[in-house]
Design a protein around this ligand. Structure first.
Ligand code: PGA
Length: 249
């Protein structure tokens, strides 16, 4: 079985000094374990520091929260996959709901970003998830599968196996209202079935759940075998809470 992935998305929090302190505090308390992978997604400016903190730990890695798909050029304010890799990233988040809904990132952009990340040898974590009105309108499956297809477009089967999918319903992100384990599992099964149908290697894909995961609900969510891990925002910013979550399975 693949290790359970505990991914911390710090969003626009924790500069280099605070980031270093948090990673140190967490790694001193969460000892390496076969069945666990710890991923930290700090703001880009904190990436080198976080990468150097995790360098001695095979079970931990650092990633970039977003990247631009062009390899280089006049793109003020953007970071390419290879620059992120040079700063210590081995992973990239792609298509987070805040990128899609606050910054207008399109489904086609996410496909280009996934390909750019993989080309630079970064692991890609593709986020998908429906808005509340889409769920209420019975369109969850259609939305998630459309995002998945666009994000993975043009990849061969072997490459798809290198992508981790994070199912993050938009209505659950930062709201304190998490999907129930059963609701999350139902969407995970839809994603897994699509991956199996479209790529022979897809049945091995790892699928995480994200959206209001916290120290109180993590164990219940992770008791659901469909969840290969969790992607956590707010509750990953506090050492005590994050340590508890990382020990929840
Ligand atoms: P949250 O965010 O845990 O604060 O809900 C999750 C995410 O956006 O990845």
């Amino acid at each position: 079985m693949s290790p359970t992935i505990f991914a911390a998305n710090w969003k626009m929090h924790l500069g280099p000094a605070a980031g270093r302190d948090l990673v140190r505090a967490v790694l001193s308390r969460v000892r390496p374990a076969e069945g666990r992978t710890l991923l930290f997604f700090p703001p880009a400016v904190s990436l080198p520091v976080v990468a150097s903190e995790v360098a001695g730990r095979k079970d931990a890695a650092a990633g970039i929260q977003n990247l631009y798909f062009e390899p280089k050029g006049a793109f003020t304010g953007e970071v390419s996959a290879s620059l992120a890799a040079e700063a210590g990233a081995t992973w990239a988040l792609v298509g987070h709901s805040e990128r899609r809904h606050r910054f207008g990132e399109t489904a086609a952009d996410t496909g280009k970003k996934v390909r750019a990340a993989l080309t630079a040898n970064l692991g890609a974590m593709l986020c998908v998830g429906e808005l509340l009105e889409e769920r209420q309108g019975g369109r969850t499956e259609a939305v998630v599968l459309r995002q998945l297809a666009a994000g993975l477009e043009g990849l061969d089967a072997a490459t798809v196996a290198r992508v981790v999918v994070a199912y993050e319903p938009v209505w659950a992100i930062g709201t304190g209202v998490n999907a129930t384990p059963a609701d999350a599992a139902a969407v995970h099964r839809v994603i897994r079935a699509w991956l199996r149908d479209h790529t022979p290697a897809g049945s091995r894909a790892r699928i995480l759940y994200g959206g209001s995961v916290n120290a109180k609900n993590a164990a219940e969510l992770l008791a659901e075998p469909e969840l290969d891990g969790v992607l956590v925002g707010g509750a990953s910013l506090d050492a005590d809470g994050w340590v508890t979550i990382c020990q929840a399975r």
